[in-house]
Design a protein around this ligand. Structure first.
Ligand code: 0A1
Ligand code: ZN
Length: 882
């Protein structure tokens, strides 16, 4: 890897391409080690650039067999080949380039370009994988119509797929056959896809809003043919939703999804031929949990929505990645909210954002939603680009309201159809549709870090006025020393003593929404700003940042009584939950203080009382389940400057046990009342009941009473669905019932040893087990026949889960887990740099650890830095070093 260059690429250096492409003809002759790729490309000089520029094509790990221009073979003196390029200095203004290259898919462990997964061939070209297939201007602003011929052995690879429509097929000699695919839509190379294998298909159709019939096909390995129904139903729901909510119709005659076992990410939106990690497409009630069913629904929709937000309108360059990803995540979040419970979906999304994206924004790899430089773009498929990017789009949608937002998105799609564009084009369409000035708002794209709002309230009884003073400040991040005030929409309501929303009349400060409404969106633009509400006849409790209207941290200095009031009465489901989280954080922080002072930590009885009240409040099971969950260890860690890892773990466990003891009757009663009979359905209503029951049971399991343990065992042994079996397995394995845990793990392994996705769950349950022998267990499991370092799902299930979710063991003061992670990352970097550079994340977060742990983590980073690294890992390690 020593030949890699670690040059930094800057947004400010963007130049349009020197050459444009009319058509691309590709011919793949597939063989595991010696695949031939013959390309015929028509180039024209781009008038926007200088005449006389050489033709520079990207290419990585390609063996060039021949190259010709307009039918004339080139001699070696007429071109140069470097590790990353083919350069032809002297070319006419218009010409046909033919290249013939050889590649080795079977040895491609990076899972980028053309590679093998089990016995099939598949591709992954985003962001810059196409250059591992053939020489090409591998950048998203070069778009072309592709025709692809796939040739392979007929017995081993009866199914040959690519983008667009199949236009020709036939037989060749030596038992080979071919299919020609034509994609009529111009596309960048990152949306190219090819699949070849012995696959089976589930077929359906969808009739679009204009009455066209689209063939829908899900292609899988034969053993998975019974696991496609949910993905198909999700796809049809997503197609309908996009027509109804965004007016977007599908454009080809066929839409295909292929499931592959070895995949670096969740899925990929290649035009007409999505390739999915099998974990994001395959589900059957007995093999997949409710969480997996919901994830599949979301990811299938996400990839489908990309057909417009990403494919028809794509990105000019990779700095604009959030243009397609932030918008598409926003679209898939709204879809899932509509298919399930809106408040629960918002709670889940915000919980993830606040736990993981806020940590990223405060850590060494902090970057804006539109980064201005990178070494390796693969490192920027981050929570910031995806989730914070979605929050930005959500803020725009809230600023505009549904009708203007739809007008803006229609204008964006219409104006830029077939183009490769920038964030400015998106915001321009929203501004033109609404007349809103987004100039200050644009800072959300260029400024990294999580803004912090400090709010104070003052009630003037005589004047019947309530004043909110809001200050904003964004802490300095590693990448940016200076921060400017942002335009932040803060949605507020005011609750009276009876818990009802008061009508709001604003006399100072800018807001959207009509005077007299029960909530208003305040427009915070200054570092400090005052908002005055009139006709307020009693001191209110403010409900701030309703629905989490902006991705910020908010401090109001709420009293316990105020939080209890919000938790009981807030009409905003999200804030009701958040009030409970704030109460729990305060209680748990107090316990940590006691723990660190050598006292026995005790849970504040006010929290127990508040939780007791939840059972009597008539909340629906979905919200009740969310409200009963204490904040996780990772989010609690976020609340400290120096993270007391052991204290957090111990105190959270004590709190869970106290709640289980005090609320025993309520928990038992809820478990009993939420037993479902009848066939498994992945519907929101049933999912909520299963979740509520399993959460209550897991509280009860902290007491380790025989009857409760037996109930988990019974549920484990008799469940007809994976949600219940998995919940019971986790309850047993994470308890102190060592024998039962061992028996359950053995039985589960026997039952599911031939199902790779279920075995991933088996690895996860053990990796997250908070017992002191966890590291030894993880190391032993790496030798298990179902584990492979080459398979990203296995690496994520075992190693990532251990390092991110088993915090108390990962941060063990002996430093052995840090050493372990560094060893694995170094080994993996030679095989799959993308996975290695993601896996290292927990080791880069040393800033908030105590001095001893900081030193141990930094030593491992130094050890990694001293090795010969991929670009991916190099970039992350350089940023993370002290
Ligand atoms: N565009 C895909 C995500 C994706 C990105 C990179 C990949 O390989 C490096 C694969 C998939 C999405 O947003 O779903
Ligand atoms: Zn995406």
């Amino acid at each position: 890897m020593s030949s890699v260059n670690n040059d930094i690429i800057y947004l400010k250096d963007y130049l349009p391409p020197a050459f444009l492409i009319q058509t691309v003809n590709l011919e793949f002759d597939l063989s595991p080690h010696e695949t031939r790729v013959r390309s015929t490309i028509t180039f024209t000089r781009n008038q926007e650039r200088n005449a006389g520029l050489p033709l520079e094509l990207h290419g990585n790990e390609l063996k060039l067999i021949s190259v010709e221009i307009d039918g004339q073979p080139l001699s070696e003196s007429q071109y140069q080949i470097t590790a990353e390029q083919l350069i032809i200095p002297d070319v006419p203004d218009q010409f046909v380039l033919k290249t013939d290259v050889q590649i080795d898919p079977a040895n491609n462990t990076s899972l980028e370009g053309l590679y093998r997964s089990n016995t099939m061939f598949c591709t992954q070209c985003e962001a810059e994988g196409f250059r591992k297939i053939t020489y090409y201007p591998d950048r998203p602003d070069v778009m072309a119509a592709f025709t692809t011929t796939v040739i392979a052995d007929k017995t081993e690879y009866p199914v040959l797929l690519s983008n667009g429509n199949p236009v020709k097929k036939g037989e060749l000699d030596n038992n080979r056959h071919f299919v020609v695919w034509q994609d009529p839509f111009d596309k960048p190379a990152y949306l190219f896809a090819l699949v070849a294998g012995d696959l089976q298909v589930v077929k359906d159709t969808f009739t679009t809003m204009s009455g066209r019939e689209v063939a829908l096909e899900i292609w899988v390995e034969p053993e998975n043919i019974t696991k496609c129904d949910h993905a198909m139903a999700s796809l049809k729901a997503a197609m309908k939703w996009d027509e109804e909510v965004y007016g977007r119709e599908y454009d080809l005659d066929i839409y295909m999804i292929v499931a592959v076992n070895d995949f670096n990410m969740g899925a990929m939106e290649n035009k007409g031929l999505n390739i999915f990690n099998s974990s994001c497409v395959l589900a059957r009630p007995d093999t997949a949990t409710d969480g997996a069913f919901q994830r599949i629904e979301g990811v299938v929709a996400h990839e489908y929505f990309h057909n417009w937000s990403g494919n028809r309108v794509t990105c000019r360059d990779w700095f604009q990645l959030s243009l397609k990803e932030g918008f598409t995540v926003y679209r898939d979040q709204c879809f899932s909210a509509d298919m399930n419970d809106e408040a629960v979906k918002r709670i889940e999304d915000v919980a993830m954002l606040r736990t993981a994206q806020f940590a990223e924004d405060a850590g060494p790899t902090a970057h804006p939603v539109r980064p201005d430089h990178f070494i390796e773009i693969s490192n920027f498929y981050t929570l910031t680009i995806y989730e914070k990017g979605s929050e930005i789009v959500r803020m725009i949608a809230n600023l505009l309201g549904p009708d203007l937002f739809r007008k803006g998105s229609d204008l964006y799609f219409e104006r830029h159809d077939g183009q490769a564009v920038t964030v400015e084009d998106f915001i321009g369409a929203m501004a033109d549709a609404s007349g809103i000035d987004f100039s200050q708002f644009m800072r959300w794209y260029s400024q990294s870090g999580t803004p912090e709002l400090t709010v104070s309230g003052h009630y003037d009884a005589a004047a019947q006025q309530y004043t909110l003073t809001i200050k904003q400040q964004t802490p300095v991040t590693k990448d940016q020393p200076e921060k400017l005030p942002l335009h932040i929409p803060v949605k507020v309501g005011l609750l009276n003593g009876a818990g009802a929303d008061m009508p709001l009349t604003l006399s100072a400060g800018e807001a959207s929404g009509a005077q007299g409404d029960h909530d208003r969106v305040l427009h915070l633009r200054e570092a400090e700003q005052v908002f005055v509400f009139e006709n307020i006849d009693e001191e209110p409790v403010p409900s701030l940042l309703r629905g989490f209207s902006a991705p910020v941290k908010l401090d109001f200095g709420y009293t316990q009584a105020q939080l209890l009031h919000l938790m009981r009465h807030d009409s905003d489901g999200f804030n009701r939950w958040d009030a409970g989280q704030r109460l729990a954080i305060t209680a748990l922080k107090a316990m940590v203080t006691q723990f660190e002072a050598g006292q026995i930590p005790k849970l504040d009885s006010a929290l127990t009382e508040a939780y007791k009240g939840l059972f009597e409040s008539g909340l629906n099971p979905a919200i009740l389940a969310e409200m009963l969950m204490l904040p996780g260890e990772a989010y609690l860690a976020e609340q400290f400057d120096i993270v007391p890892v052991d204290a957090i773990h111990a105190c959270r466990n004590i709190a869970r046990k106290t709640l289980a003891e005090t609320l025993n009757a309520e928990l038992e009663q809820t478990v009993a009342a939420n037993q479902l009979t009848g066939e498994y359905r992945p519907l929101a209503e049933d999912i909520a009941k299963r979740r509520l029951k399993n959460i209550c049971q897991s509280y009860l399991m902290t007491l380790e009473a025989d009857a409760v343990v037996e109930r988990s065992w019974q549920q484990f042994s008799t469940a007809d669905n994976m949600t219940d079996q998995h919940a019971a397995l986790t309850a047993l394995v994470h308890s102190k019932q060592d024998e039962k845990a061992k028996a359950a793990l053995e039985s589960f392994e026997q039952q599911w040893k031939d199902d790779a996705l279920v075995m991933d769950q088996w690895f996860q349950v053990q990796a997250s087990r908070p017992h002191p022998d966890a590291l030894a267990r993880v190391k032993a499991l790496m030798e298990h026949p179902a584990f492979s370092l080459k398979n990203p799902n296995k690496v994520r299930s075992l190693i990532s889960v251990y390092c991110n979710q088993n915090r108390v063991n990962f941060h063990s003061i002996d430093g052995l887990s840090y050493q372990f992670l560094a060893d694995v990352v170094l080994e993996l970097d030679g095989m799959n740099p993308q996975i290695a550079s993601r896996l290292i994340t927990p080791l880069t977060r040393w800033q908030k650890m105590d001095a001893k742990r900081q030193q141990l983590m930094q030593a491992e980073l130094q050890r990694i830095a001293a090795a010969d690294l991929s670009k991916d890992l190099f970039e992350v390690v350089q940023k993370a070093l002290p």
